[in-house]
Design a protein around this ligand. Structure first.
Ligand code: GLP
Length: 264
């Protein structure tokens, strides 16, 4: 695992966007695995700026998002499809056919999950998977005790996740209890992974993921078994890391000189 620690959320988001931009520059037809959540908003804003300034061409990529709430149609303002349309797809004018999320309103969510997993395989798999992390260590919506080799399927959300995500819903609205999420086994098949974590609420999860035992209790800890994972976190999210001196020695200031970040 590459651990990059940068001062704040804005810098972490720019570094993450930089990694995505280098991936697309290297292969304009990249298949990207995308994530939602507040952490990702400035990442997508940076990509939109890059496209609008003519520095980045995203027209040939394909995307597969990690998850969607069961029961929400694509046009629902709290659906992850709506999140992606407003933050990224519409602003960069990405052809809808090049984007994919599970259908939250599918008549048979289990069948939809299996179809989605096969669609990822049929597209040749994910080149670069972007991940956030839940305060309880989840990735996608793979909650603690998820099978570490799970495929895309329906998961019941924990009370903690529902509370964390309630801020995006109107007070009178019910936060969905179920989601379709790409499985941990599916995530682990991505050729490379970048996980972005910011803010003190993620500090315990980040430490458990990076330095704790690999356990289904902390789903993100399985990433220790992946050969190409970069964790980008801000100071607050890095606060509980015990081997911080080492990470700083390897990547001073969170820079990756080998990736052309020497001057950032
Ligand atoms: C949701 C998503 C995750 C995301 C997490 C953190 O549960 N399913 O993919 O990583 O929230 O979200 P935030 O970035 O808002 O903290």
């Amino acid at each position: 695992m590459k651990i990059l620690i940068v001062p704040d959320h804005a810098t972490a988001a720019l570094r993450t966007a930089g990694t995505i931009m280098r991936q697309i520059a290297g292969n304009p037809r990249s298949v990207l695995g995308l994530a939602t959540g507040g952490t990702m908003e400035p990442v997508y804003a940076a990509l939109v700026s890059g496209v609008q300034a003519g520095r980045l061409d995203m027209r040939s990529i394909r995307t597969f998002n990690l998850d969607e709430y069961v029961g929400l149609p694509p046009e629902h303002p709290q659906s992850y499809r709506h999140f992606m349309e407003t933050r990224l797809f519409a602003p960069i004018g990405l052809d809808r056919d090049r984007t994919a999320l599970p259908r939250g309103d599918a008549a048979d969510p289990a069948e939809e999950a299996a179809r989605y997993d096969h669609a990822i395989t049929a597209a040749g798999g994910i080149d670069l998977q972007l991940l956030g992390i839940g305060a309880n260590g989840h990735i996608g919506f793979n909650e603690p005790t998820s099978s570490l080799s799970s495929r895309t399927r329906v998961k019941t959300l924990t009370r903690r996740t529902m509370e964390d995500n309630a801020r995006f819903f109107d007070p009178h609205e019910m936060v969905p209890r179920y989601a379709i999420t790409v499985g941990i086994g599916t995530i682990m098949e991505a050729r490379s992974i970048v996980l972005l974590a910011t803010g003190g609420t993620k500090a315990a999860a980040v430490a458990a993921m990076v330095e704790g035992p690999v356990t289904a209790r902390v789903p993100a800890s399985i990433l220790q078994f992946h050969r190409s994972v970069t964790v980008i976190c801000d100071e607050a999210a890095a606060a509980h890391l015990q081997l911080r001196d080492y990470y700083e020695t390897v990547h001073p200031g969170g820079r990756q000189p080998d990736a052309g970040e020497g001057r950032l």
